[in-house]
Ligand binder design. Structure first.
Ligand code: AMP
Ligand code: ZN
Length: 114
């Protein structure tokens, strides 16, 4: 996706503070953190949103959670607790159309979110 900001981050055309990377996923710090720990975990495959996930993506999405728990250990929030959230569409608050998983932690999080 040529004008996708997250695809540009994956390609290194836009800088990011990388936390983890492999051939399938990238994790980097959110530019506007909403918590002491706020990283985004994204598949390297461009998928617009949760609405666009297909059966062929099921392994990839599960893999993101496997990596997420490792990142939580790395960032020191695994035992204290954290939240993983994906916004979808306008009312869901999605602003970047490349599916991503927010990992938030480092403080007690409120529920429900705004
Ligand atoms: P959402 O609003 O759920 O689509 O999440 C998009 C997130 O991407 C927001 O939390 C933004 O702060 C974050 N974001 C946008 N541009 C960048 C960037 N260049 N580097 C890191 N995070 C970004
Ligand atoms: Zn993209």
């Amino acid at each position: 996706m040529e004008d996708c900001i997250f695809c540009k981050i994956i390609k290194g055309e836009i800088p990011s503070e990388k936390v983890y990377e492999d051939d399938k996923v990238l994790c980097f710090k959110d530019i506007e953190p909403g918590a002491p720990v706020h990283v985004l975990i994204i598949p390297k495959k461009h998928i617009d949103s949760i609405n666009d996930i297909t059966e062929e993506d099921t392994k990839l999405i599960a893999y993101i959670y496997l990596i997420a728990k490792q990142i939580a250990v790395k960032l020191g929030i695994a035992n204290k607790g954290y939240r993983i959230v994906t916004n979808c569409g306008k009312e869901g608050g999605q602003t970047v159309s490349h599916v991503h998983f927010h990992m938030l932690g480092g403080r007690t999080l409120k529920w429900p979110p705004g």
